[in-house]
Design a protein around this ligand. Structure first.
Ligand code: UFG
Length: 305
């Protein structure tokens, strides 16, 4: 599990309401069904594993949790009469050869088991909505979610050494790690480092609300990108973070990381037109909120120092 129980009281405080929480395994049909029997209008399905490297060493684990888990959820939704679903998909389904900006009609070509499980679920959902027209299903293809709630009370606290750029940067800035490694500066990008479409988690959350609203008026299946439509290089992110935090982020340029693409950013037109949503928070806000969270919680929710 890559989450911490300390989140719950903080959510209660921020939301002014104790969230109902059940700790379950997504593959546990009886348990999932038991919760759904209370009666729900819709499900937002975030329960998945998401580390690319881990998916290469444990592919069966990824298919089991991400694909079998979703099958269990769908079966129990159907049994209990819930037909509206928002699924967390990923820009990883576009693969490494697509040329940015990525629009939703591009062919998909994931290059690792994690991406393959996301695409497998998308296909399952599409077929389900075609076979049973009462379903209303949205797949949201996330680009690179970063940042934190602006209160600084909830934020990213990965287990162990962070795989992703932003939590690594914040841990360097707060003194938990010595130096960042920049994975390659010889890509075909303006400064040679990888370019990604970073999106503030608050904008991402609002994208889910917009998807629910969309599903209230549209049945069937639809995919939408959730990104800002603008790419930033690793060096640009470091500079923006140093400015937002006032802290230096020392780094070394090392070899490329296997499997990394040079560039990836979203075409946002479909989301803007159909969800009436667009990301509003810029890279400075992403860095400021990521830093505010890390500064106030140097050890995250209390994990390893
Ligand atoms: N990077 C570094 N140093 C680090 C970490 C990352 O230089 O320590 C670079 C990467 O090379 C890349 C950029 O920072 O250019 C972003 O890397 P992340 O690991 O933060 O994000 P990715 O774009 O590689 O991965 C994200 C999600 C995955 C998803 C993938 C493709 O984390 O789940 O996008 O959509 F599969």
């Amino acid at each position: 599990m890559n989450a911490h129980p300390a989140v719950l009281p903080r959510l209660a405080q921020l939301g002014g309401k104790e969230p109902e929480f059940h700790q379950l395994d997504i593959r546990d049909r009886a348990a999932i069904g038991g919760v759904l029997e209370a009666g729900f209008d819709a499900v937002i399905h975030f329960a998945g594993r998401k580390a690319v490297g881990e998916s290469m060493s444990d592919p069966l684990g990824y298919w089991d949790t991400n694909v079998v888990g979703t099958m269990v959820l769908l079966a129990e939704m159907r049994r209990t009469g819930v037909r509206t679903l928002v699924f967390s998909s990923s820009a990883t389904v576009y693969g490494n050869d697509a040329v940015a900006p990525f629009d939703e009609s591009l062919p998909t070509a994931p290059i690792n088991p994690y991406g393959e499980t996301k695409l497998a679920v998308e296909r399952m959902l599409e077929a389900l909505a075609r076979a049973e027209p009462e379903w209303r299903i949205s797949s949201l293809r996330y680009f690179n979610p970063v940042g934190a709630h602006p209160s600084g009370d909830i934020g990213e606290d990965p287990n162990g050494i962070p795989d992703n750029l932003m939590p690594y940067i914040t841990q360097v800035a707060v003194g938990r790690r010595d130096r960042l490694r920049v994975f390659g500066d010889d890509y075909d990008t303006p400064d040679g480092t990888g370019v990604r479409d970073y999106i503030h988690v608050v904008d991402l959350a609002l994208g889910h609300m917009a998807a629910l609203e969309y599903l209230a008026h549209n049945s069937g299946y639809r995919v939408h990108n959730l990104g800002t439509g603008r790419g930033y290089s690793v060096l640009e992110v470091i500079t923006a973070f140093e400015k937002a935090s006032g802290r230096p982020v020392p780094y070394d340029v090392t070899a490329r990381r296997e499997g990394d693409a040079a560039q990836a950013w979203a075409d946002t037109q479909r989301a803007e037109a159909e969800l009436a949503w667009r990301a509003e928070r810029d890279i400075d806000a992403m860095c400021r909120d990521a830093w505010n969270w890390q500064r106030r919680n140097p050890n995250g929710f209390g994990n390893e120092p």
